[in-house]
Design a protein around this ligand. Structure first.
Ligand code: MLT
Length: 264
């Protein structure tokens, strides 16, 4: 289904009067990415984990873009009567978080930027995405899942946790082709967020898996250096999906951000 303004499928767990934590998944994920964080933080934060447009059970957008995803998230916050949220985005979710900050800074209480980068696509990266679109259209989600798997998980996870690898592969393969293609187009077109970094003046956590091959720790260090007062956490034994591979360490870092925000 394609609609102009998405009503996003989402999980909403935790006390209504606790700080809201908006958890934004990456590509090609769904709200399931945050199951461990929702379970662990649901007693101290209102954890809102949506499926981005075109993923999970959320309808696709006619014209997907990072701005449109950000607007859809703000429409969800409106629906839930949440004025401001701690916004946590992983990888593509981080690109959406930058757009949300640019367009709706008053809705952002704090930021967690996980396994992400500020820069736009280089021409070679855009070309790889076009090839991935062709793969999605020609061979479907399972082929896309297979192509993303090795880069998504760190070497420790791949070598030692076959059940996690199998479960993650199966989850990736659930992503609808329409959502995959739309997100790839949106990522190709996304702007360079580097100039945005100096404008960020809310508490910010930058977190990265030490074995992240897609957005390596040097990207996280660059974000940390450019965002005044930010905190950097590097998680050993994790790759690109650090919240899934080392959930306890990731959740502890996010808990630190919630502590910093307090009840203010
Ligand atoms: C993601 O995990 O969201 C992707 O790796 C982002 C990207 O392809 O740039």
């Amino acid at each position: 289904m394609t609609v102009g303004r998405a009503v996003l499928a989402h999980d909403d767990a935790g006390p209504r009067d606790a700080p809201a934590l908006l958890l934004v998944h990456g590509f090609p994920h769904g709200r399931w990415l945050w199951d461990a964080q929702v379970a662990a933080l649901g007693d101290r934060a209102r954890c809102i984990a949506p499926d981005l447009p075109g993923f999970g059970r959320s309808p696709a957008l006619a014209a997907p873009s990072m701005d449109a995803y950000a607007d859809a998230l703000v429409a969800l916050l409106d629906e839930l009567a949440v004025e401001r949220a701690v916004v946590c985005g992983l990888s593509m979710g981080g690109y959406v978080a930058f757009a949300l900050w640019r367009r709706h800074p008053g809705r952002v209480r704090a930021l967690a930027l996980a396994d992400t980068r500020a820069g736009a696509d280089a021409p070679e990266a855009a070309q790889r995405r076009r090839e991935l679109m062709a793969l999605a259209r020609g061979e479907g989600s399972a082929a896309v899942a297979e192509s993303q798997l090795a880069g998504s998980l760190g070497k420790t996870t791949r070598a030692t946790r076959p059940e996690l690898v199998a479960a993650f592969r199966a989850r990736l393969a659930e992503a609808p082709v329409e959502g995959i293609v739309g997100a790839l187009e949106a990522m190709i077109d996304r702007p360079d967020s580097t100039p945005t970094l100096a404008t960020i003046d809310v508490p910010t956590l930058v977190v990265v898996g030490a074995e992240d091959a897609l957005t390596p720790p040097k990207e996280a260090r660059a974000l940390h250096a450019a965002i005044a007062g930010s905190r950097l956490v590097e998680i050993p034994g994790a790759g690109h999906v650090s919240c899934v591979e080392q959930p306890a360490a990731f959740t502890a870092a996010l808990g630190g951000l919630l502590d910093a925000v307090g009840d203010a």
